[in-house]
Design a protein around this ligand. Structure first.
Ligand code: UDX
Length: 468
């Protein structure tokens, strides 16, 4: 069923919402809540972000979000501010969506922005409202913050706190926010649950599954889900390592596993592994918190998951070196992709960019091209060269590396590309290309976990589609 929300009007008695922190998560949440019919005030301490959003500009790449921002602003239900006084006076339900990055020099999460957001709000709150954390935090944070806000708020213990983890994927942020596969409410009272039920009314009305839990469980759901996904990816990449030692083909293996419904094909795609602003930092912070709780052994395997993931990057560089004849010094390399995944301009912990950096450090002449992430990538690694198009990147390349599986790269014609490069050698870091077509067009094709010569069995389309 497709639900059109554009005619949504605020219901009498609907909670007025604020969204504190308008980064990826917060901006999407604020925009979607306004589209659903609520009055929303977004707050950020960065005036540039507030100005961009208020003038209809999304300060990051996310398909479909600019159109929703326009719709929300046109409705008159969405505004932005830098003032905590204004936010505290306005909201009945406050969603806190600030970042929880990895602490420098440690695996633990840096909670300074979360603490500051809750404190700034709580000190200004003079009537009963609900503070809802959405940021990904270590277990126990909600309990600690509850004590904190009670101690600083003029209404003391009356101020309630809930946790509502967010599962949105970059590239699908609008869809995941408007039509999530589940909602989780971590609450301490029936009143808090009732507030959240009203705040998510239009989504619950669609039949979205809801789990109501205590705050600790709600915090844990998020890190447990991301740990599971990371483990699944590293599992298939560990199998790729075994394949490399035995001449087996990890693509065929993944497809054969995927037909078992208990395993399933999603997040079983082998290659360069996971990156981004969530999975890597979340598994590290989870381990750090589990150690503090005295249950480090229970999630020690996440260290292995991390290590397998990082090894994929060095192994990809190994493949490039092998293809280049043993040394990367002076080798011209086209690095296709910088974002941590397609349909995103996010380069946080991006495997693609990490590989480009390692190639550069070994003396290769690296030209990076990403359809959306060149600007962000250049900011992080200004020493790398950047091209404005796929053709420009591959022209005269000695080795081509597919590092982020954008459609533009998947759909490129191996014959046409072959005419631009100086040598037809390609590393398919994402198992995204049709090896047979490349080999037929005269390319030396290599991918992690696959035999270096043409496999005798071609993978049929239905088997390729099963793993994604
Ligand atoms: C993730 C979770 O999916 C989301 O629920 C959570 O809220 C935030 O973290 P996101 O970081 O947007 O979302 O990316 P995701 O689509 O999960 O991909 C993560 C990484 O895993 C990417 O680098 C991707 O390339 C890689 N990946 C994914 C694989 O290597 N193989 C796969 O089979 C799937």
């Amino acid at each position: 069923m497709v639900t059109h929300y554009s005619d949504a009007t605020p219901h009498i008695g609907s909670p007025r919402m604020t969204v504190i922190g308008t980064g990826y998560l917060g901006a999407t949440h604020a925009i979607c809540m306004a589209v659903l019919g609520f009055e929303v005030l977004g707050l950020d301490v960065d005036p540039a972000k507030v100005e961009a959003l208020a003038s209809g500009r999304v300060p990051f790449f996310e398909p479909g979000l600019p159109e929703k921002l326009r719709e929300a602003l046109d409705s008159g239900r969405l505004r932005f501010t830098t003032s905590f006084d204004e936010a505290a006076a306005f909201g009945d339900v406050h969603f806190i969506c600030v970042g929880t990055p990895q602490q420098p020099g440690s695996h633990a999460a840096d909670l300074r922005y979360v603490d500051s957001a809750f404190t700034e709000l709580a000190t200004r709150i003079t009537r009963k409202v609900l503070l809802v954390g959405k940021s990904t935090v270590p277990i126990g944070t909600a309990a600690r913050l509850t004590e904190l806000v009670h101690s600083v708020s003029p209404i003391g213990d009356e101020l309630e706190l809930a946790w509502n983890p967010e599962f949105l994927r970059e590239g699908f942020a609008v869809e995941d926010t408007l039509h999530p596969d589940r909602l989780v409410f971590g609450v301490s009272s029936e009143w808090a649950e009732a507030q959240l039920r009203r705040a998510f009314g239009p989504i619950l009305d669609e039949g979205t599954p809801l789990v109501v839990a205590d705050t600790a469980t709600a915090e844990l759901v998020k890190v447990a889900a991301n740990s599971f996904l990371a483990t699944k990816i590293s599992y298939i990449n560990a199998m790729a390592e075994v394949c490399e030692a035995t001449g087996a083909d990890v693509n065929l293996l993944a497809s054969a596993l995927s037909f078992d419904d208990r395993i399933g094909g999603r997040f079983l795609k082998p290659g360069l592994g996971f990156g981004g602003g969530c999975l890597p930092k979340d598994i590290r912070a989870f381990r750090a918190r589990a150690e503090e709780l005295g249950v480090g052994a229970a999630v020690a395997f996440l260290g292995e998951v991390d290590a397998i993931n990082i090894r994929r990057r060095t192994r990809t560089v190994d493949l490039a070196r092998e293809l280049a004849g043993g040394s990367l010094a002076g080798v011209r390399i086209a690095a296709l992709g910088a974002a941590f995944k397609p349909n995103s301009d996010d380069v946080r912990d991006a495997p693609a960019l990490d590989v480009a950096r390692m190639l550069y450090l070994e003396g290769a002449m690296v030209t990076v091209y990403d359809p959306e992430a060149n600007v962000n990538a250049h900011r992080v690694y200004p020493d790398l060269d950047f091209a404005d198009s796929l053709d420009e990147a591959v022209t005269d390349a000695d080795v081509v590396m597919l590092l982020t599986e954008w459609d533009e790269f998947r759909q490129a014609d191996p014959v046409e590309l072959g005419e631009l490069v100086s040598a037809r050698r390609i590393v398919d870091g994402r198992h995204a290309l049709d090896a047979t077509r490349y080999r037929e067009a005269g390319w030396e094709y290599r991918a992690l976990g696959r035999p270096s010569v043409a496999a005798t069995m071609a993978l049929p389309q239905h088997a390729r589609d099963a793993v994604a």
